[in-house]
Ligand binder design. Sequence first.
Ligand code: MSP
Length: 649
Amino acid sequence: MSQGKFYLTTPIYYASGKPHIGHAYTTIVADALARFHRLVGYKVHFLTGVDEHGSKVVEKATEAGVSPQEYVDSLDPHFRSLWQTLDITHDDYIRTTEERHTTQVQVIFQRLYDQGDIYKRNYEGHYCVPCEAFWTERQLQEGNLCPDCGRPVTWVTEESYYFRASKYAERLLAHIRENPEFIQPATRANEMVNNFLLPGLEDLCVSRSGLKWGVPVPFDPEHVIYVWIDALSNYITALNYATTDNALYTTFWPADLHLVGKEITRFHCLIWPIILMALDVPLPRTVLGHGWLLFDEEKMSKSKGNVVDPNDIVAEYGSDPLRYYLLAKVQLGHDANFSNELFNLVFNVDLANDFGNLLSRTVAMIENFCGGTVGPLGELEPLDLELKTVLEGLPARVREAIEKLDPATALGEIWKVVGHCNKYIDSSAPWALNRQGKKERVATVLYLVGESLRYIAVLLQPFLPQTAPRLFQQLGLGDKPELMTWLSVQSFGQLPPGTIVRKGEALFPRKVVRAEDTKQEDKVVNQNQASDSSPMPEFKPQITIEDFAKLDLRIAKVIACEKVPKADRLLQMTLEVGNTTRTIISGIAEHYSSEELVGKLICIVANLEPAKIRGIASHGMLLAASDDAHTQVILLEPGKPLPTGLRVK
Ligand code: MSP
């Protein structure tokens, strides 16, 4: 099933501080794309690494009282270990201090010099030390601030080597215009053309004198090669481009995708292609400039000190939830806010409620109603055919989204099927079918959901690599690799009847939001949707303490629960309250499933006048937090185990 090759890269990250969630974001996206391409049969090469030269490293090393080499050596393990923690499957990891890189950078520089593309001249210019970038007068903000980081630039005068970028500008412009997939999203292509190419590309300074920490210019060792030529070349030096053993280069170049943050798109879409043109090397197929993760609306960066350490999140939630959040909730190419509260909400709603619960209720029902064995598929009813059709189209929809470099849509498609399965279970009501003794029908319904979960597990492998195997395990397919392949989701019905399911631990046990993580101003919205939050409801008129004392609030436990027939939103719950039991009908079926509720401790209003709902007497009310539109309903639960019947006051 070979599909050709796929070479993708992340930026090589500056070894000037520990990695943060912004770096994790790019690398996770790249990993999901790499894994997906492997799944569908591509020969993949995935490169990441660290950028270890430049004046920033020297500054940091001096601050730390160590040599630059010692400094970068101390940071390297932090990157490697984070990639391991996040299950990153890079095929290569390059350090720009490695000899395999430095010798080739010198060959490249020499070649460009020999052919007259690099020349020496005196230079004066505005230089931003933290960004390692020269800026023209026109690009500066407020006269002397770096347009990228907003810090003051320094006026630098020195003799430097220059690259004749202007010579290649016309060709590059034509390439951008003729290859719409070259710069993505398209808005960044317009930015490159209008802001840089059309006004005229200046020749580039490609060396620094007076800085010792870098790759020496081979024919003039007083100069080191300016960090961007050094860094960008990593994409070909890692493939042994300028060596005699260049099989990797001939197999994988040109790159299919350079994934970079938007602030370095310029370097990848202007400088890098021009270097490649001068070397007579084909250009990468696509450069995708993604947006930034913002923290309280500000870019997260080492230099601003507002960094989130991904290791902390993984320690509390595991790495798949972080991968899910970054892949599903950040639209690739757009900025997105990150907050602990939003993260927790996505964890509880998408992972714990919708997805984790779908698996646990399915496995529980196969155990309870089918003796733990996946039953044969009987005759299909319209509802079944609808699910089957949706499922059969899923692999193609996910693939199409990934080919458009849109993991959020790919995961959105998978979650639509998760939602469809949950609704399908609620509408088919296997518990009622079981009570009526309709065993064959129960088996058919649960087979369809089981096969849906298998499709979901196969397609989730690139995105949630720790969760997918747990899903296969619980579905009883842990030892069936042939049912985990892309091929296995090309035709419906591969799940063998007779498979024995194995109930395991909940995939994503719900997490209670910690008070210290909650911020009033954090808006709980999907990043991909418009972000207007509903206003806080008005306070009600005051009541007296006597009024309040009339309420009898109690702790209760859900001991049984089922859907009220023909009422989408209603659940009939049997509750234990001390040594009594009672029935309450509640409209929370869209937010909680019966299986999830059984065993829960909750709070109820115990002395509400009974009411008949759909002919059933309801004795009280559950306490839940909710917005006025009922888009979210969260039951209040005591934080600790308590005896039922206890008063709440
Ligand atoms: N060393 C250069 C890249 C050279 S590539 C030939 C560099 N390094 S960096 O450490 O500053 O990393 C920049 C990259 O990290 C960004 O392009 C982006 O991929 C990622 N991110 C850093 N901060 C980020 C956010 N706050 N949000 C999203 N991505 C972020 O530039």
